[in-house]
Design a protein around this ligand. Sequence first.
Ligand SMILES: *[C@@H]1O[C@H](CO)[C@@H](O)[C@H](O)[C@H]1NC(C)=O
Ligand SMILES: *[C@@H]1O[C@H](CO)[C@@H](O)[C@H](O)[C@H]1NC(C)=O
Ligand SMILES: *[C@@H]1O[C@H](CO)[C@@H](O)[C@H](O)[C@H]1NC(C)=O
Ligand SMILES: *[C@@H]1O[C@H](CO)[C@@H](O)[C@H](O)[C@H]1NC(C)=O
Ligand SMILES: *[C@@H]1O[C@H](CO)[C@@H](O)[C@H](O)[C@H]1NC(C)=O
Ligand SMILES: *[C@@H]1O[C@H](CO)[C@@H](O)[C@H](O)[C@H]1NC(C)=O
Length: 199
Amino acid sequence: MHFSTAVSVLALAGSSLAANHTIRVGGQSASDLVFIPNNVTAAEGDIVIFKFWPKNHSIAQAAFAKPCEPLANGFWSGYVPTTDTTKAADMSYSFEVKNASQPIWFYCTQAQHCQDGMVGGINVATNGTGNTITKFIDAAKDASANVEPTATVGSGLSMTMANGTEMPSGSATGNAASPLEMSNLAMSGAFGMLAYLFM
Ligand SMILES: *[C@@H]1O[C@H](CO)[C@@H](O)[C@H](O)[C@H]1NC(C)=O
Ligand SMILES: *[C@@H]1O[C@H](CO)[C@@H](O)[C@H](O)[C@H]1NC(C)=O
Ligand SMILES: *[C@@H]1O[C@H](CO)[C@@H](O)[C@H](O)[C@H]1NC(C)=O
Ligand SMILES: *[C@@H]1O[C@H](CO)[C@@H](O)[C@H](O)[C@H]1NC(C)=O
Ligand SMILES: *[C@@H]1O[C@H](CO)[C@@H](O)[C@H](O)[C@H]1NC(C)=O
Ligand SMILES: *[C@@H]1O[C@H](CO)[C@@H](O)[C@H](O)[C@H]1NC(C)=O
């Protein structure tokens, strides 16, 4: 009896402890090509929320070894243009971390933003000989191209909007001015629900 009570209390505590990690896409000035923070430690079940700032950024998932190229079946937000320097764009992008042991690397596909340091990582090594964000930034500088994901990555995924509406994937575009146009998202072992949130 005591055991099952303890288990339920732990289960409840576990679910209520799930945290949100907000990453600012774009710096204080529109010319600052950064994610803030550029490295996040997230537990399983935590939500990572990307909020977009000027001018016109995106997030695509990469492999550590190929900083400015889309990871096969990786995620891709499309572009979220915004000019208002006083607040984040209405549309944000988020996903749930499903496997905290699996590092997640990402970059902005716009122009040369990736090479200029607009890259980030979730659950990456923070020191030592592992794959750190510093090494990823250095590798990105040497990338020969900043590659935008194609429309066909991640077919088969449906995503859920903040209002509960499910959107099919596969509608092609490189511009997420409308959430309906967002495409190229994929579910991998590391991710749960992928969604655009209006907040
Ligand atoms: C995380 O964000 C969602 C959506 O805004 C919110 O409903 C939830 O309460 C937040 N969780 C925490 C722990 O702040
Ligand atoms: C990792 O993010 C923290 C903020 O959470 C920041 O202070 C630190 O400089 C970042 N590390 C690197 C190597 O950029
Ligand atoms: C945002 O950037 C994309 C890719 O460069 C471009 O196709 C799109 O037209 C831009 N949107 C705006 C509003 O500038
Ligand atoms: C979580 O990620 C690690 C590292 O990539 C992997 O070894 C492990 O199999 C993954 N676990 C699940 C349940 O997918
Ligand atoms: C080094 O990294 C490990 C694993 O990421 C972490 O647990 C440890 O706190 C870090 N040590 C320092 C001094 O930052
Ligand atoms: C949810 O939001 C999407 C995107 O704005 C919209 O297309 C859809 O009609 C909305 N659904 C409901 C039930 O409001």
